[in-house]
Design a protein around this ligand. Sequence first.
Ligand SMILES: *[C@@H]1O[C@H](CO)[C@@H](O)[C@H](O)[C@H]1NC(C)=O
Ligand SMILES: *[C@@H]1O[C@H](CO)[C@@H](O)[C@H](O)[C@H]1NC(C)=O
Ligand SMILES: *[C@@H]1O[C@H](CO)[C@@H](O)[C@H](O)[C@H]1NC(C)=O
Ligand SMILES: *[C@@H]1O[C@H](CO)[C@@H](O)[C@H](O)[C@H]1NC(C)=O
Ligand SMILES: *[C@@H]1O[C@H](CO)[C@@H](O)[C@H](O)[C@H]1NC(C)=O
Ligand SMILES: *[C@@H]1O[C@H](CO)[C@@H](O)[C@H](O)[C@H]1NC(C)=O
Length: 481
Amino acid sequence: MDSCYRYSACSFTWLCVFSIFIVFFISGRFKSFVSFSASPTLESPDHHEPKLELQRIVSTNDQIRAVGSTDDDQQHPNGLRILNTTIIRRKKLKKPRREYVLEQGLALARASIRSVAIARNVTATFNDVPVGDVYRNPSTFYRSYVEMERRFKIYVYKEGELPIVHDGPCKEIYTIEGRFIQEMEHGARRFKTNDPQRAHVFFMPFSVAWMVKYIYKPLSYNVNPLKQFVSDYVKVVSTKYPFWNRTHGADHFMLACHDWGPYASQGNSVLYNNSIRVLCNANTSEGFNPRKDVSLPEIHLRGGYLSPKLLHPPPRNTSRPFLSFFAGGLHGPIRPQLLQYWKGKDNDMQVFEYLPADKDYYSLMLQSKFCLCPSGYEVASPRIVEAIYAECVPVILSEYYVLPFSDVLRWEAFSIQVETKEIPKLKEILLAVSEEKYRKLQENLRAVRQHFMLNQPPKRFDMFHMILHSIWLRRINARLG
Ligand SMILES: *[C@@H]1O[C@H](CO)[C@@H](O)[C@H](O)[C@H]1NC(C)=O
Ligand SMILES: *[C@@H]1O[C@H](CO)[C@@H](O)[C@H](O)[C@H]1NC(C)=O
Ligand SMILES: *[C@@H]1O[C@H](CO)[C@@H](O)[C@H](O)[C@H]1NC(C)=O
Ligand SMILES: *[C@@H]1O[C@H](CO)[C@@H](O)[C@H](O)[C@H]1NC(C)=O
Ligand SMILES: *[C@@H]1O[C@H](CO)[C@@H](O)[C@H](O)[C@H]1NC(C)=O
Ligand SMILES: *[C@@H]1O[C@H](CO)[C@@H](O)[C@H](O)[C@H]1NC(C)=O
């Protein structure tokens, strides 16, 4: 036993000395070869062909997110020939263009996602994500998520100063803005890179909520200072670095939960037109473009915490005496109709403008089968996420709203959408939902809950990662069918 251990330790030492020698030799002698091999597409160094490279350089300039999909990832028929040309190329070119290497990695990710889409194969390794109705396609989502974990790299610009840049609110209604920015600044190690040459996307970490707090003149209704800030920020990063001009901002993103996020983004029309805008106020009739922009869920953390009532889902058989519940101010285009028809009219329909002092908001959510989520001044409402936590089926009453994570989630599997003009028939519509269908909706709410949780530190498949995944999908320009 003892000698055996000594023997193996001894041979281990020799092995170490030998490998150190080898490494020293290789790194001194073939430095360029090693630095090339360390590139992100190590798994397929044989894919580099000059012709492809040219094509991609042309296309990165004008249409970075066009999927030039079909050609990039085909297998080469004659492996041997390619091997020889690759060796020659390695001798000639010290380094392949970084952008090319990055695009190759993304092409491989797309190919991998596509192969699953064709097979329509629900992988057996589906541990964290429950398979089911709630996903448009659980296998492609899973594959895409795993590819994201494997490859996705984000560069966070260091320019700008506190408090408006590198920070944001971590409580109350715009929580998600600050939580996301801070996670990108101080956490997210797996997805962050300090080398912008290796980044797939670039994050501009300014907070629109803090702009409103620090540079907006209260009651002036003048959002120009916000626009100016965004314009200046883009000017700084686009002058200092080559990355903005390279893609006309298409691989850059900003994130804002404040209602005025869309206005602030108008400060630079290239950003508005091309960049990925991650917004709570995802109103398509105010320029939100679901093909490139991302809908951000709004969460209300009162005092920075989730109410303990919502933290743990109630037992499945908890009785819910009320058919529906809503309480909220009379603002925006839809709520006046809702309150006009239902406020104080019917005990089944618990609809309030201001909640009486003896009633508790979250308790009513837990006691109701359906939670009404009408848009207010802006399309998003924190009620949607609260209803998911409370396992109270959300009834979405909005127009022009693109629901969060809808590239992946089938909202119809865990919520009900009612058109504004049907508000008078609301009770009828809700009563018509069969007991069986209701159970299914509720079961599905339980299944999507994890995607709407904010964890510290973030967990796989939670809200932080779902936001990243939405950005990832836009960057690789893949649609999950
Ligand atoms: C590849 O290189 C080897 C060795 O240099 C050579 O023998 C072989 O003929 C080459 N193959 C082709 C297809 O060029
Ligand atoms: C699904 O995946 C499993 C495991 O990877 C494989 O054995 C099976 O053949 C696949 N089925 C289809 C229809 O591709
Ligand atoms: C990007 O383009 C703008 C104007 O088109 C120019 O002012 C700026 O210097 C360019 N940035 C770089 C890094 O070349
Ligand atoms: C942005 O898009 C609008 C509308 O399509 C267009 O009028 C404007 O010129 C574009 N701006 C830039 C800088 O591309
Ligand atoms: C709910 O279910 C549990 C066990 O599953 C049972 O003990 C409890 O009595 C049930 N409660 C009601 C209100 O039915
Ligand atoms: C969405 O945008 C349209 C057009 O500006 C506006 O009329 C509507 O009120 C907006 N919806 C909400 C809920 O803000």
